[in-house]
Design a protein around this ligand. Structure first.
Ligand code: HEC
Length: 143
């Protein structure tokens, strides 16, 4: 009777001893999942990219016209006459999109205004950038 009991215990012990391996085979799977992460970077960069017109307004036009379009850019202080306030609804009503395009392309003197307003002749070949600049300027209007 006693020996049978011992055998039963041994079998039971062996059975338990076989069990630990299966759980450990699952852990190696966790590592490869962290691998593909870098693929997300190109998407993030594309989402934060500014259009050519937005970049141009921020780096060129805003130095005089101000990032908020009110004509308070760092270079505006020394200008006479000063760039106008794009948020003024009266001015927005007084000009057509073509008026705005003409002064951007040909500069202030071409429309009888200040020579401090520089011509952007290179935009002749980029109507989509010119159109977006007009949209940016229109976007400053107070609603
Ligand atoms: C060096 C300063 C300067 C820069 C840079 C500049 N402007 Fe101007 N801009 C002026 C001044 C000054 C006037 C006002 C001219 C006047 O009233 O005689 C003006 C006038 C204008 C007007 C006409 C507003 C009106 O009176 O009807 C538009 C539109 C305009 N700018 C757009 C732009 C855009 C778009 C850019 C960037 C591509 C730009 N400007 C860059 C100085 C600048």
């Amino acid at each position: 009777m006693r020996s049978l009991f011992l055998v039963a215990l041994l079998i039971g012990a062996c059975g338990k001893g076989d069990q630990p391996p299966p759980p450990s085979s699952g852990s190696p799977n966790a590592r490869p999942e962290t691998g593909p992460r870098p693929a997300a970077d190109p998407n993030a960069a594309a989402g934060s990219q500014l259009s050519e017109a937005q970049q141009m307004f921020a780096t060129v036009c805003a130095t005089c016209h101000g990032a908020d379009g009110t004509g308070n850019g760092p270079a505006a202080e020394s200008l006479t006459p000063k760039p106008r306030n794009y948020t003024d609804p009266e001015w927005q009503k007084s000009v057509t999109d073509d008026d705005i395009k003409k002064i951007i392309l040909e500069g202030g003197p071409a429309v009888g205004k200040s020579p401090m307003m520089p011509a952007q002749v290179q935009l002749k070949d980029k109507p989509e950038v010119l159109n977006e600049l007009v949209a940016i300027i229109r976007g400053f209007a107070k609603k």
